[in-house]
Design a protein around this ligand. Structure first.
Ligand code: SAM
Ligand code: DTB
Ligand code: SF4
Length: 334
């Protein structure tokens, strides 16, 4: 049955265990989100798909291509990250790319069908001389007619404004996990530092892209805690990347017990239900995921992906393979 043909009450009446919220920006407690994650799988996915169809093109997927503009040698200690200088992961450090290199990669991404180009840097945060180069890159990518995104770490007061003036559409900065699990993953910067950067981005009028990583050995309650943090940002982010940990040898999280893929799908569904209007991005980890699990993620409300053979330093499905998957599922790019 087409959920669109149901009245709101009928459609919502899928399980009494799933809380119903009528306002878009409702407050979500961790317990309420945990009850979503605990619900019968079919009830959860049905609700997520119902909400998805109220707010989004049901078969549309937005495509962003990533580039690492400065790779490796990062002073931070994020336990998942192949670019932290202190772990021996085999990632070669690379100085900042030139403007030409970035522009030609962005043009190629556009030609392949990406609508947004996201520039990432392995920094704790940008220095002023980095900002001059970054704003130049943002201006150049924007002038190709693409949406622009950057993920450069913590921003100091004034830096978001400089990026905004250069034409930055989105800034990605993740909360990564729930507050109570955070210290087990990162010690060199605090949760509050991240929230402050998100506020700088918001105040500069840039769209907020903020999500996290699952599969780091966290509990289901911590996954609920992450989603609660995201959903209760006021307003919640326009874009919510849900990454599956890519395990890289040499990082502390290498060898973490594998997460049941259906837990990943449930997390996507909880993001969709609690942040109805957000674009939910099925992010890192797709190369290790079956097509069936990816299809379930789209059913659960994911409507954007990273597109291109590489994420920042690790692999992503090849564009031909992704186009074939989208075709098979009858999905079109937005
Ligand atoms: N250095 C900046 C920072 O950390 O804010 C920007 C780049 S950083 C690589 C961007 C995000 O990539 C991290 O916040 C994390 O969520 C994600 N990430 C990094 N390594 C990952 C991995 N191995 N698996 C999944 N996601 C990862
Ligand atoms: C996000 O949430 N995921 C992307 C993007 N934002 C910058 C990064 C994933 C990185 C995966 C590990 C790597 O390729 O180095
Ligand atoms: Fe550095 Fe970002 Fe990697 Fe953390 S996630 S180590 S800040 S590049």
């Amino acid at each position: 049955m087409n959920p669109d043909s149901l009245t709101s009450n009928e459609a919502q009446n899928d399980s009494s265990s799933i809380p119903v919220k009528s306002e878009d920006s409702a407050y979500w407690s961790v317990a309420e989100i945990q009850s979503l994650l605990d619900a019968p799988f079919n009830d959860l996915i049905y609700r997520a798909q119902y909400i998805h169809r109220q707010h989004h093109d049901a078969n549309g997927v937005q495509l962003s291509t990533l580039i690492s503009v400065k790779t490796g040698g990062c002073p931070e200690d994020c336990g998942y990250c192949p670019q932290a200088a202190r772990y021996h992961t085999g990632v070669d450090n690379q100085a900042m790319l030139s403007l030409d290199e970035v522009v030609s990669a962005a043009s190629a991404a556009k030609a392949q069908g990406a609508s947004r180009f996201c520039m990432g840097a392995a920094w704790r945060g940008p220095k002023q001389r980095d900002m001059d180069k970054m704003t130049e890159m943002v201006r150049a990518v924007k002038s190709l007619g693409m949406e622009t995104c950057a993920t450069l770490g913590l921003l100091k007061p004034g830096q978001a404004q400089q990026l905004s003036e250069a034409g930055l559409d989105y800034y990605n900065h993740n909360l990564d996990t729930a507050p109570e699990f955070y210290e087990e993953i990162i010690t060199t910067r605090q949760y509050q530092d991240r929230l402050n950067t998100l506020q700088e981005v918001r105040d500069a009028g840039i769209n907020v892209c903020c999500g996290g990583i699952v599969g780091m050995g966290e509990t289901r309650q911590s996954r609920a805690g992450l989603i609660a943090q995201l959903a209760n940002l006021d307003p919640y982010p326009e874009s919510v990347p849900i990454n599956h940990l890519v395990q890289v040898e040499g990082t502390p999280l290498y060898g973490t017990a594998a997460l049941d893929p259906l837990e990943f799908v449930r997390t996507i569904a909880a993001a969709r239900i609690t942040m109805p209007k957000a674009m939910v991005r099925l992010s890192a980890g797709r190369q290790e995921m079956s097509e069936a699990v990816q299809a379930l993620c789209f059913l659960a409300g994911a409507n954007s992906i990273f597109y291109g053979d590489k994420l920042l330093t690790t692999g992503n499905p090849e564009t031909d393979r992704d186009r074939a998957l989208l075709d098979k599922l009858g999905l079109h790019s937005l």
